[in-house]
Ligand binder design. Structure first.
Ligand SMILES: [Zn+2]
Length: 55
């Protein structure tokens, strides 16, 4: 059994678990390869993504 090494696409760190970065909905996600993030980067991106509702 080969164990795949999981490397964060953002910081390049090896991690036990990767989370897929959710690309903006409505965006052409087909053109963008999915980004894999470690827990830290994922949380950071999520916090960054917190935009005020445009109203
Ligand atoms: Zn990372």
């Amino acid at each position: 059994m080969t164990q795949k090494r999981l490397v964060c696409d953002t910081c390049g760190k090896e991690t036990k678990q990767l989370r897929r970065d959710v690309v903006d909905e409505g965006y052409n996600a087909l053109n963008k390869p999915p980004l894999w993030n470690c827990e830290q980067c994922y949380a950071q991106k999520r916090a960054k993504r917190q935009e005020p509702p445009s109203r």
